[in-house]
Design a protein around this ligand. Structure first.
Ligand code: ADP
Ligand code: MG
Length: 449
């Protein structure tokens, strides 16, 4: 009976929905006025009965010669072991690769997570330790702790890398877990498209039923879209209630996100909030060496140190510098040396050259309404000491000067004093969003236009 109806449906439908949805149905039972069809998942059931229910009914009706009730039931035998891949709901809704879905079958075609972004390839240091550890914990047992995990920090510092690492690790252990990585921008676009088509429900379904782990990148963009925020709020709550894991990233702390509803912010911070900031010199060296190894570029130690001391702001820039060095060296056949690197990277680092400790002192002093002499002097009252610490912090961060050298530039302070000050500022930066902003503003002023 069902075979006949299938043949009819094949003729009357477009190829894609037939192959993708209808062909998954199997006849499980039949009574006089009822046909029982097995579905591989509840999601498929809902999708089919909503979109193709009438078509199926008609086909069966015409084969049987009379109206017959159709019942869809979950086919348990297809749940275990060789379960066919879950149809990708996003592919059905919009034929795009906007949403990356970890397929049930391990090697299913289609968009995938970036395989290079793994925990193994992620260099951990004080600047990303908490975020990396929390990410690893989420990958270990998704949805049980740190839910949501909210990672924030400047661009090029490894947020996206960590999301992919979580996804890769989860899928490595269990390829049937539906890991969805998307950016908030894509979420927003899909939402807009489907709402326009009147397919709000599909959108809901896609994100609520087709997901075990949701990772959404760069959610700061949601500030632009009130309606999408609302949708996301509900998606978020539903997923969380179902014990699904959620990981989010943003370029600033959730509490600093402008135009994001308070109730969303509260949700964002209800799990664990971890920041990533600019890696210190030692970590930059470790990263660039690791990359060089991966890319099979021979990078002498002094060149690695030189690059790490010049490129301080983002790991992405660090990678860019290495790529450029490698390309030049290959093309010209010259061996990499510090002089050569300086020449090749010169135009990449235009303002870096001109910054000095004196300049940092000037900018910081002006920002806090004091003089550079105050910072170099012995006065240890709170505001002056604080500003001095900040100036020391930037001398370390932006110039990677040695602690004794910085100490000398601040009126012969002891190097342990400098170390303590730098650490204090870095620690405070980690857990104080307003302070982070202040430091960012200062850094902009120091670096110039
Ligand atoms: P973000 O999303 O924070 O802007 P990405 O995750 O895209 O930054 O990182 C930019 C680049 O830097 C990527 O190629 C990433 O692999 C690399 N990267 C960032 N942090 C690290 C790290 N700690 N170790 C190794 N590579 C890193
Ligand atoms: Mg990113």
């Amino acid at each position: 009976m069902w075979d006949l109806a299938l043949a009819k449906l094949r003729h009357s439908m477009a190829n894609y929905p037939y192959e993708h949805w209808i062909s998954q149905l199997t006849q499980l039972g039949r009574t006089e006025n009822k046909l029982t069809l097995g579905v591989p998942s509840l999601f498929t059931r809902d999708w089919i009965s909503q979109h193709y229910g009438d078509l199926v009914k008609k086909a069966v009706h015409s084969v049987a010669g009379e109206p017959i009730e159709i019942e869809y039931v979950l086919d348990e035998s297809r749940q275990l072991g060789a379960r066919p891949p879950e149809p990708d709901p996003s592919a059905a809704a919009t034929p795009s690769d906007e949403v990356v879905v970890g397929q049930v079958a391990p090697r299913a075609p289609g968009p995938k997570l970036n395989e290079r972004f793994t925990f193994e390839n992620f260099v951990v240091g004080p600047s990303n330790q908490l975020a990396a550890a929390a990410a690893a914990a989420v990958a270990e047992s998704p949805g049980t702790q740190y839910n949501p995990l909210f990672i924030y920090g400047g661009t090029g510092l490894g947020k996206t890398h960590l999301l992919h690492a979580i996804g890769n690790r989860i899928l490595e252990r269990d390829p049937t877990i539906r890991v969805v990585y998307t950016s908030a921008e894509r979420f927003l676009n899909e939402f807009v498209v489907l709402v326009k088509k009147g397919q709000m429900e599909e959108f809901r379904r896609m994100f609520r039923e087709g997901v075990d782990v949701l990772m959404m990148d760069d959610i700061q963009i949601l500030k632009k879209a009130v309606e999408t925020q609302n949708e996301f709020f509900h998606t978020f709550n539903d997923l969380k209630d179902l014990g699904k894991a959620i990981v989010l990233t943003s370029d600033i702390h959730p509490n600093e996100l402008p135009n994001i509803e308070q109730r969303l912010r509260t949700r964002f911070t209800s799990g664990l909030t971890a920041d990533v900031f600019e890696p210190p010199f030692e970590v930059r060296i470790a990263i660039i060496k690791r990359k060089a190894e991966q890319e099979r570029v021979y990078l002498p130690d002094d060149v690695a140190q030189f690059v790490a001391s010049k490129v301080t702001r983002s790991v992405r820039d660090l990678e860019g510098a290495l790529t450029r060095l490698a390309a030049h060296a290959t093309l010209t056949g010259r061996a990499l040396s510090v002089d050569y690197a300086e020449e090749v990277l010169r135009d990449m680092l235009p303002q870096r050259q001109s910054i000095s400790i004196e300049q940092i002192q000037k900018v910081v002093a002006r920002y806090y309404n004091m003089t550079a002499e105050d910072l170099r002097g012995p006065n240890r009252t709170r505001p002056i000491a604080n500003a001095r610490s900040v100036a020391m912090y930037f001398s370390r961060k932006l110039l990677s000067s040695s602690f004794p050298h910085i100490g000398a530039a601040f009126g012969d302070k002891h190097h342990t004093t400098v170390m303590a000050a730098v650490e204090r500022v870095a620690a405070r930066r980690t857990n104080n969003a307003a302070y982070t902003k202040e430091l960012e503003e200062l850094e902009r002023q120091i670096s110039g236009p």
